[in-house]
Ligand binder design. Structure first.
Ligand SMILES: Nc1ncnc2c1ncn2[C@@H]1O[C@H](COP(=O)(O)OP(=O)(O)OP(=O)(O)O)[C@@H](O)[C@H]1O
Ligand SMILES: [Mg+2]
Length: 493
């Protein structure tokens, strides 16, 4: 029987383990499989170098699409050094000598161009503390800035927000004001309270990013002098500024760059005080939810009843598009699994790579066709003709949608109060009728949403997904009731 060696045993047997690893690696002589880019998920691993001050030896070796962890073990009785090799297949694996430019090149232009085309692109790095997540995400942020702007059409603009998430709390990074992460009535995720800043150029973006991320919570731990103690999210939105195109329903493109806080083993937490332990608990809880969502997403479509608990943590709620099996916008995700090269971290690295590999079998996302009865997709012209038809000409469309870029989305986003105030402004429509028109519009919105959810649920496993959906409806109704209770405008009529 083989046992896992202690740190002392690793040190005592270091020469023997290094010999075994050298021997195993010398027999890997086939040409490494070339890198590949996944359709919806591109999953890569990256192992950082061992630093001079670290008294350890390397056990992770990438060979193109395969990465091998030579896990050191000892024979139970004879204390004989042995290796338990574990190999994983991803789209590509980067070793200690790989540069940030190589990692960036692998991500591919399709991914960087997606936001300009109205899609959602998500990049996240995850793995043990001190393995190079912040190093990698920061480098990719710098490398992609110019390309992101190059992909824009002359009428598109970029706005950014920076959020840090710690457990169920979220903050706008530069101002440290609290942010509420929630779903709106269209089940889109909103970052309520978060500043969005116009970014005219790649240089301006990088300056903002540097200033914002400098506010992020970091501390010195046993593993990392500047360990990130929160998840940092950069949300880059690409918006259409041409009123004609946006009135025609051109959709917002999004790029999320996510630098997760690292997971820690018990040994990494040895020097933590109570506050740090609580922090570590919250980080590990949200990372567990992320892992559950990854597992669920990968196994969807296998016929098993699986639940994707993305509403269980704020982190996964923000990223929910990547866990859906059917979406209205094209979605792509790049995952960088960061690992430590050290022998002592073998089991943590194996765990990280195992989750990464799980995503390789995720079924393809289904792209849902836009629903022409959905008010969100209506142009201004279409929205105005609906308003005229529903009110038999009584509604003044110029009061309802007064601005140049207004469209069906703007109309559907009006609160009940705003809608009624606009509808009654001309004096031709009273409160009761205005309310009836609002309800009619809401029926269209709800119907479109139900159709979309049905298509999403059809692609997913029914029971658990339906439960989630029921829960969401309950919360939505409760929230609407709270909002309505806070509005006293009705008393005027
Ligand atoms: N590929 C690499 N090449 C050179 N140095 C690296 C590499 N990856 C990481 N480092 C260095 O290792 C240290 C730890 O990296 P980093 O802070 O990015 O880890 P992390 O995964 O973000 O950790 P945490 O989860 O604690 O935030 C930093 O000093 C960083 O510069
Ligand atoms: Mg970090």
């Amino acid at each position: 029987m083989a046992i896992k060696p202690t740190i002392q045993q690793l040190k005592a047997n270091r020469a023997a383990f290094e010999r075994l690893i050298a021997h195993a690696e010398s027999s890997v002589n086939e040409e490494p499989e070339p890198a590949s880019v996944g359709k919806d998920f591109t999953v890569v691993s990256r192992t950082r170098p061992i630093f001079e001050h670290e008294d350890s030896f390397r056990i992770i070796y990438p060979h193109g699409r395969t990465v091998t962890v030579h896990e050191p073990t000892l024979h139970f009785r004879a204390d004989k050094a042995k290796l338990d090799d574990k190999s994983f297949t991803l789209n590509h694996n980067f070793g200690p000598s790989s540069s940030n430019e190589e990692v960036y090149e692998m991500i591919g232009t399709d991914f960087i161009n997606l936001p300009a085309g109205g899609g959602t692109a998500v990049l996240f790095a995850y793995g043990q503390t001190g393995t190079g997540k912040t190093y990698t995400v920061n480098a990719i942020t710098k490398l992609m800035a110019q390309d992101l702007f190059n992909a824009l059409s002359p009428t598109q603009k970029v706005v950014v927000s920076f959020v840090e998430i710690l457990g169920d709390a979220a903050y706008d990074l530069p101002s440290h004001r609290p942010v509420r992460i929630m779903e709106d009535k269209f089940s889109s995720v909103v970052l309520d309270g978060c500043d969005t800043r116009d970014c005219p150029s790649p240089e301006a973006f990088l300056e903002m990013s540097e200033t914002a991320l400098a506010h992020r919570r970091t501390v010195a731990t046993l593993k990392n002098d500047t360990s990130s103690r929160s998840h940092a999210l950069t949300k880059i939105s690409v918006l259409e500024t041409d009123p004609v195109k946006s009135a025609g329903g051109a959709s917002e493109g999004i790029l999320f760059l996510v630098d997760l806080a690292g997971s820690e083993r018990a040994a990494d937490r040895a020097a933590h005080d109570a506050a740090r332990l609580e922090e570590a608990k919250q980080i590990n809880t949200s990372l567990m939810t992320l892992k559950d969502c990854i597992k669920g997403r990968a196994r969807q479509g296998t016929g098993a009843h699986l639940h994707i608990p993305y509403r269980s943590s704020k982190l996964t709620l923000v990223l929910k598009d990547i866990f859906e099996l059917a979406t209205v916008r094209p979605t792509r995700c790049v995952v960088v699994a960061c690992t430590s090269p050290h022998a002592a971290d073998a089991s943590h690295s194996i765990n990280t790579l195992r989750y990464a590999q799980t995503l390789m079998s995720a079924p393809k996302t289904k792209l849902l066709a836009p629903n022409k009865h959905d008010p969100k997709t209506w142009s201004k012209e279409r929205a105005c003709s609906w308003l005229t038809a529903v009110s038999k000409g009584a509604l003044n469309v110029a009061d309802m949608l007064p601005n140049e870029g207004d469209n069906g989305l703007v109309l559907s986003q009006l609160t009940e109060q705003e809608f009624i105030e606009r509808a009654t402004r001309s004096g031709k429509v009273d409160f009761k009728r205005a309310k009836a028109y609002y309800v009619k519009l809401w029926e269209f919105v709800a119907d479109a949403r139900t159709k979309q959810r049905k298509a999403v649920l059809k692609a997913r496993d029914k029971t658990a997904a339906q439960k989630e959906e029921d829960q969401f409806h309950k919360e939505l109704i409760a929230r609407s009731a709270r909002e309505a209770a806070g509005w006293t405008g009705r008393d005027k009529w």
